[in-house]
Design a protein around this ligand. Sequence first.
Ligand code: MIC
Ligand code: SF4
Length: 649
Amino acid sequence: MSLTLTEKIINAHIIDGNPVKGSEIGLKIDQTLTQDATGTMAYLQFEAMGIPQVKTERSVAYIDHNTLQSGFENADDHRYIGSVAKKHGIYFSRPGNGICHQVHLERFGKPGKTLIGSDSHTPTCGGLGMIAIGAGGLDVAVAMGGGAYYITYPEIVGIKLTGKLNDWVSAKDVILKVLQELSVKGGVGRVMEYFGDGVKTLSVPERATITNMGAELGATTSIFPSDKLTKQFLKAQGREQDYTELSADENAVYDKILEINLSELEPLAACPHSPDNIKTVRELSGADPTNQPVAVNQVCIGSCTNGSLLDLLKVAHILKGKTVHETVDLSISPGSKQVFNMLSNPVSDGVSALSDLISAGARILEATCGPCIGMGQSPCSAGVSLRTFNRNFLGRSGTKDAQVYLVSPETAAASALTGVFTDPRCLGEMPEFTTPENFHINDNMITLPADATDAHNVKIIRGPNIKELPVNSPLSDKITASVILKVEDNITTDHIMPAGAKILPLRSNIPAISEHCFTVVDETFPKRAKQAEKGIIVGGTNYGQGSSREHAALAPLFLGIKAVLCKSFARIHRQNLINNGIIPLTFINESDYDNIEQGDELTIDNSQFTIHNITKNIDIPVKSEFTERELAMLKAGGLLNLTRGGELK
Ligand code: MIC
Ligand code: SF4
């Protein structure tokens, strides 16, 4: 039987269930990654499981998100994660070494393997032909302990690429096009598999930009074949031995096919406040005489989406010998120390690309997430910020009324020079940029774990901000509680549990971080929820899209939220709710959304998961559709209670 590449890798890793679309399957996980903003919780959970050494082929803990140290909290988390890593067999990528997804692609990803990470952009490594999936921290902890990772066997969307990108049009424009076609919920329950002749015109870093931002489709993951260019990339990383050729069978059958002719694409931008709100850069740059070009206050280049060497070389080329426009503030965050180092290598005229960036007036930041997660560089009031990142959700930049647009590095750099939205195609001829024959390899910022026989000597160091995990109690037969909050469609995890420089240091302290839960939407939510002692949230479609942050479940749990009833859920968030014993329910008739108001009192009968609106005296038919395993987690009050009881497979 002819198979897609996704099916080949998934089928080879199924350890529980059968390869049937739509059914629940447990996958063997070869590699895991964590980052520091989700890592502390994941490692507290791993510790609670009492497993001495990780059982994966490779587990890596990265420090890349919470790197602004304006108090002791983040530094304490870094130290804690470093000590857990040393004790339990985990590689530790120190602060400064780079953003998890970029470094993992460079140094650890392997075609054909499975990876889960406590970050929603883990699919970046799909650019190397891996099945790489974002998950909650607890799922990653279980996988580190050798447990299966459960997903619904996905539908597979084939994205057929033909043609070749024109000059100044880039990988970012490809994924923005896919987002325009499919929307931020178009990937839910699906894997995006790229194939066709156009694939061989895209280098691994370009493929990784596309798979990275596939997260914004809500997709389980995205994947490219592993081919000659993959081999060339791995060879340049000194890892040719990790290469395996992989592709779909010739007659593989996809559930749906989307065809994109790369030659027909033009520079695109995702407009505020959603990655699928797409316009052409042409429109925004005032090409049409009825439109004024959009003025730009800030440009931020880098992140895990567009922080590769190729991206930044292009930017340096555009900025060389010029000055950033006086109304624009430009910052650059390279994806990794390797990228940073190579940018600083002198090129033919003896000057480095880094020096070109500095001379033009770019503010060079660390190789970390930085402005992407609101860790500094918040735009001015109502400021227009052009970012090469992957998310432009309301408030994420740290300035609530900022207008954030997502664009390619080429569009960002061109606009940084002019002070208005600028189509990079006006820049003339583009020089050839290719993946270098050899990358600068120096893994000195990756600390190896202690030898298993010495591990007992490693002391785990906890700081005072690291508080205990909230743990749920087993499910009661009936819940009677009021609707504490009713929200609209497409609520993101940045609404539920905002991030940014002020809040991220509280990631290890659930009581403290809970005070910020949903405050972007309603400042009174934490107080009202606590007063009520138990409550229910009602939402629209795609509730919980965005991040893998478990805090978007842990904080509501701490505040007494027992159930979330909405039109549909984003994949990772639904799982995080179940993992923490909060019941996710969906309306059978979406119109019933209008039959519930904030403040209504509801009763949930947990034997059948039926809902009665006491205030309005009407029944609300809901879908529960839990698998046996999910039901067991809900009944036990969460996955941790199950693993502790030793009941988990
Ligand atoms: C993000 O891009 O939203 C983050 C910050 O990387 C999150 C993880 C987190 O909230 O810690 C993600 O993508 O999962
Ligand atoms: Fe970091 Fe931004 Fe990438 Fe998330 S999307 S991992 S915050 S760079």
